[in-house]
Design a protein around this ligand. Structure first.
Ligand code: 13P
Length: 251
């Protein structure tokens, strides 16, 4: 059975005090509940140490939002996979559309980031998804296939089995316009079909594919009810403990 996951991407939000309050309330709340999925918190990097302390005492796993494509050395401002791994962080988001858009991250760079994570026994949460114009012109499948092909399909079967995918249509991120359950299932099914072709049934069926983009406490259950939607990568709604916990309870 593939893993069900709900991950909260906090992006660049919250002071240290607010972040600590948020994670402590989530950890405490979940402690009393029978949770049916893995829960991952992705705080800004300067809060990772604080968050990983909470992770050790609770059901929460912790993820970085980004990682360097370089091993180590003179790369001012970068954080390496080995640094994260040494702090007990097991995951990093890679290829979020905001990093592709505002920081011009290319598929080649993203492939290197994935490689560094895998070299350090970490798991990438790899984001893919089309822009509005691309969907309107019917190119969404082509775009997603190209992103997978250029940044991930150099991996062999063993390597790929450590990858978590997140389908995040760019038009749904932070807009309040969520993909319909049919649109989500259609794309997730398409992605799993590509994985079957590339890596075979076993790997494809074990790969967790998350949905992200205006997922909230009200719509999570109908999205997660789809066969190929294995959970969510949550932005805005992960900043409110009550909403985030409700999303987790949607399984
Ligand atoms: P929203 O849930 O705020 O739309 O953001 C989704 C996202 O980008 C998660 O990575």
């Amino acid at each position: 059975m593939r893993k069900k996951i709900v991950a909260g991407n906090w992006k660049m939000n919250n002071t240290f005090q607010e972040a600590e309050e948020l994670i402590s309330v989530i950890a405490e709340d979940l402690d009393e509940k029978d949770i049916k999925c893995e829960v991952i918190i992705c705080p800004p990097s300067i809060y990772l140490e604080m968050a990983s302390d909470y992770g050790e005492e609770s059901v929460l796993s912790i993820s970085a939002q980004n990682v360097s494509g370089y091993d180590d050395g003179a790369y001012t401002g970068e954080i390496s996979a080995s640094m994260l791994e040494a702090m007990g962080i097991n995951y990093s988001i890679v290829g979020h559309s905001e990093r592709r858009k505002y920081f011009n991250e290319t598929n080649d760079q993203l492939a290197k980031k994935v490689d560094r994570l895998l070299d350090n026994n970490m798991k990438p949460i790899f984001c893919i998804g089309e822009q509005l114009e691309e969907r309107e012109s019917g190119k969404q499948f082509e775009i997603v296939e190209d992103q997978l092909d250029k940044a991930l399909f150099h991996l062999n079967k063993d390597e790929f089995s450590n990858v978590i995918l997140a389908y995040e249509p760019v038009w749904a991120i932070g807009t309040g316009v969520v993909a319909t359950p049919e649109q989500a299932q259609e794309m997730h099914g398409f992605i799993r079909g590509l994985l079957i072709k590339k890596y075979g049934n076993d790997v494809a069926n074990e790969t967790t594919i998350l949905y992200g983009g205006s997922c909230n406490a009200k719509n999570a259950a109908t999205l997660f009810a789809n066969e190929d939607v294995d959970g969510g990568l949550i932005g805005g709604a992960s900043l409110k403990s009550e909403d985030f916990v409700k999303i987790i309870e949607s399984f």
